[in-house]
Design a protein around this ligand. Structure first.
Ligand SMILES: [Zn+2]
Length: 276
């Protein structure tokens, strides 16, 4: 099993020069859309797809989503799509047999239609929220155009909190490797992380936190608090989830915990991939 780290969508958050000045590190709001491509016995597996070919060729797809289009400001570069990067790495996109989705926000599943041979694995609560949004934020964030190609969706429920206080799906159908969905609710109703066990374990936590500094502790800088309020469906629940992730980080510092949009975490993962 080999993990490749892909940036499938660069974002340049509105006002990022100001935001960067408010925060100590530079370029923090030059965000990425970190996805994983896993070579496995079960075929190629994508963890999230990032933006897809249709997002680039038909940019109207984003115009309806004010928050995404005007605040996140995606670069929309075809070379950043998972489809193109997979070809560049010498693989065939048809060999992508599984997509494990952390959640159904457009920047995480925009590329589903590019991989018609893949089964999409997601927590049941997330699929239900995407199909039947209830809260005002759910009504804005989900975009059925992303799954109009009618992908095969496989849903899962977690039971209890059997993994470090979090619910874990033990077996993902069709995948023999030790890869698990872990319930991380708050950002969305059925938001999940993906735990990849093995020699160098990785815990991909999606949008549970934006910047690595949040793995330390509060207080957050104001832009982060604003981001949390704006994008988390349930900010309080998201904070509870992040507390658990923080605890795991303290107890298992060797476990690579990564999030979807932090550029420095992405670059470090890429450097590690090149070493492996
Ligand atoms: Zn996101």
């Amino acid at each position: 099993m080999k993990i490749h780290h892909l940036n499938c969508g660069s974002f340049c958050a509105l006002g990022h020069p100001v935001l960067n000045r408010l925060l100590p590190q530079l370029d923090q709001f030059n965000l990425v859309c970190h996805c994983l491509l896993i070579e496995s016995q079960s075929g190629l597996i994508l963890v999230d797809t990032g933006l897809g070919l249709k997002d680039i060729s038909n940019q109207e797809r984003y115009k309806s989503n004010f928050v995404f289009n005007h605040l996140a400001r995606p670069k929309l570069d075809v070379e950043e799509t998972a489809f193109m990067q997979i070809i560049k790495k010498g693989f065939n996109p048809k060999d992508v047999k599984h997509i494990i989705a952390t959640h159904f926000d457009s920047d995480h599943i925009g590329g589903i239609a590019d991989f018609p041979d893949a089964v999409v694995h997601v927590l049941k609560e997330e699929w239900e929220a995407a199909k039947k949004p209830i809260t005002p934020k759910e009504k804005v964030r989900y975009s059925p155009i992303r799954w109009e190609a009618n992908p095969y969706i496989e849903t899962y429920r977690t039971q209890g909190d059997d993994w470090k206080g979090l619910g874990k799906v033990q077996t993902i159908k069709g995948i023999s490797e030790p890869i698990h969905l872990v319930s991380l609710p708050g950002h969305t109703r059925g938001h999940a992380g993906v735990l990849i066990e093995g020699q160098s374990p990785v815990f991909f936590t999606g949008d549970s936190f934006l910047l690595e500094s949040q793995l330390l502790d509060k207080p957050y800088p104001l832009p982060i608090t604003a981001y949390n309020q704006l994008t988390h469906d349930n900010p309080k629940q998201a904070e509870e989830t992040l507390k658990k992730i923080r605890l795991i980080h303290q107890q298992e510092p060797e476990l690579a915990i990564i999030s979807s949009h932090d550029r420095s975490l992405f670059l470090r993962s890429l450097a590690q991939e090149e070493k492996d």
